[in-house]
Design a protein around this ligand. Structure first.
Ligand code: NAD
Ligand code: LMR
Length: 329
């Protein structure tokens, strides 16, 4: 190890995504094979013991890039000096819980975490929110970190992006590596819009290669948008390894850059591009370079896509209104 370790804070470390994520971070897949990492795990007090068990297993992995693991139940300590923060721990929806209750419960998590990031994270902090409702949780955290540049707060739609890539590859019998420029627009929810009209398969337009609007509308979009629910139905628990894998992809791409001629999907604070109200944390096509993301500009949006993007963005605006009323942003 030649460079100083990068501090990676992971919340919800004893949860199922945490279990799938931490070993991949320790093995170098989050930041690259030359970057040592120090893990800072945040859990609620009742789950600290389980997190300690995971830390023992991390030790037993003898990962050359893992410079240590510390466990906290206090956000201020966990985010102190953090260079990368993966906000995975969230309050799941339970029976009888309304959306407003869920937003309020998560406000109790993401407000203090935003404040802790503001108070003590490193200058170059990059935040990825995975815990649902991810876009609005990211907005809550970002609103409570006024000294951190807003663009450092992102939410995860990479899992949706990867799901859409896999579905398209299957439909066309093409390798996933041939699929480029796919976009998820909007919210990480059933209203999200996976866009094939700008995507390419082996250099050709994906929507033209599919040439089947019925499949696109009746199968592709609902399959991708409702995949999370389908996994819960099949597994009896929400996606974990694929979510962890997407979190790795999201941060790796943010830090190491998108390939020439390609882009990825990230939920980022809108600058008003494509008519998405400023400040909403909405998914866009983005390129990344030198640790910074940029929304891809100048794409033509046809009427069909416009309607789908507007519907998902309207849901994000409603969520923002709901958390505004709760005094959370
Ligand atoms: N954005 C996405 O694509 C995506 C995909 C899958 C899952 N998710 C979401 O990710 C979240 C985590 O999923 P999971 O399967 O790991 O859940 P889980 O219930 O297995 O684990 C969540 C962990 O978070 C911890 N936690 C709760 N409050 C916390 C707090 N204030 N600080 C620190 N830790 C806290 C819990 O103790 C628990 O260990 C859920 O909200 C889930 O809906 C998002
Ligand atoms: O946890 C969920 O509700 C689903 C999850 O966001 C997913 O997309 O798999």
């Amino acid at each position: 190890m030649t460079q100083a370790p990068v501090n990676v804070t992971v919340t919800g470390a004893a949860g199922q995504i945490g279990y799938a994520l931490l070993f991949r971070i320790a093995s170098g897949q989050l930041l690259g094979p030359d970057t040592p990492v120090k893990l800072r795990l945040l859990e609620i007090p009742q789950a600290v013991k389980a997190a300690e068990g995971t830390a023992m297993e991390l030790e037993d992995g003898a990962f050359p890039l893992l410079a240590g693991t510390d466990i906290f139940d206090d956000p201020k300590q966990a985010f102190s000096g953090a260079n990368v923060a993966l906000l995975v721990g969230a309050r799941p929806r339970t029976k009888g819980m309304e959306r407003g209750d869920l937003l309020e419960a998560n406000g109790g998590i993401f407000k203090p975490q935003g404040e802790a990031i503001n108070a003590g994270a490193a200058e170059d902090i990059k935040v990825l929110v995975v815990g649902n409702p991810a876009n609005t949780n990211a907005l809550i955290a970002q609103s409570h970190a006024p000294d951190v540049p807003a663009e450092r707060f992102t939410a995860m739609t990479r899992l949706d992006h990867n799901r859409a890539t896999a579905q398209l590859a299957k439909k066309l019998g093409a390798p996933v590596s041939e699929i480029k420029k796919l976009t998820i627009w909007g919210n990480h929810s059933a209203t999200q819009y996976p866009d094939l009209f700008h995507a390419e398969v082996s250099g050709k337009n994906a929507a033209e290669a599919v040439n089947d609007q019925k499949w696109l509308e009746d199968e592709f979009i609902p399959t991708v948008a409702k995949r999370g629910a389908a996994i819960i139905e099949a597994r009896g628990a929400s996606s974990a390894a694929s979510a962890a894998s997407a979190a790795i992809d999201h941060v790796y791409t943010w830090v190491n850059g998108t390939a020439d001629g390609d882009w990825t999907s990230m939920a980022v604070p809108s600058d008003g591009s494509y008519g998405v109200p400023e400040g909403l944390i909405s998914s866009f096509p983005v390129t990344t370079a030198n640790g910074k993301w940029k929304i891809v500009q100048g794409l033509e949006i046809d009427e069909f896509s416009r309607g789908k993007i507007d519907a998902s963005v309207a849901e994000l605006a409603e969520e923002r209104e709901a958390v505004r009323k709760l005094g959370l942003v």
